[in-house]
Design a protein around this ligand. Sequence first.
Ligand code: HEC
Length: 164
Amino acid sequence: MKVFNYVVLCGSFLIMAASCGGGEGDKRPTADDFKMEKKADPKGIGEVKSVELTDPLEESMIKSGKAIYEMKCSACHKLTDQRVVGPGWAGITNNRRPEWIMNMITNVDVMLDEDPEAQKLLEECLTRMPNQGVSIGDARDILEYMRKNDMEKVGSKDEAVSGG
Ligand code: HEC
């Protein structure tokens, strides 16, 4: 008899709890919702909020970007789509917004800790890209060099922006 009462009591509590949250349209977030995979911001995380892309490409920026690439990046990144330590760069401006690319370059530690897309790369590459101490201006030059490289390697660039 006692057990029976207990079951009834618990049962009615459950029904009450369910009916509290059951109203349509007022779904409140629960702790579980915050544990779900974070949605990536296509612009990444960092100081770079918007980048103006100019055409035609700026030769002086390309030259500077190439020099920085050869000095600081080429040990890990190829200009083809071949992965060495990090992913090859061919096609990168078609896949990633310029803001994301520049935030990845200038704010790599936070990106690897918090940006889901950067974390996916880390899972594939199994090496953390080191902070190269690149300024935002230099990152912009590298971006210009990547745009030029994409024209040479895949025949198109900036599709991550023009395609939405
Ligand atoms: C010691 C190796 C290393 C060096 C040097 C390095 N990177 Fe990386 N980079 C990586 C790795 C590894 C990844 C993938 C993410 C991860 O695992 O940290 C990556 C990812 C990236 C990405 C994202 C690639 C994509 O496909 O979306 C960009 C952009 C990038 N690096 C730019 C640079 C630039 C610019 C430099 C030079 C200033 C540089 N990296 C130097 C290892 C390196």
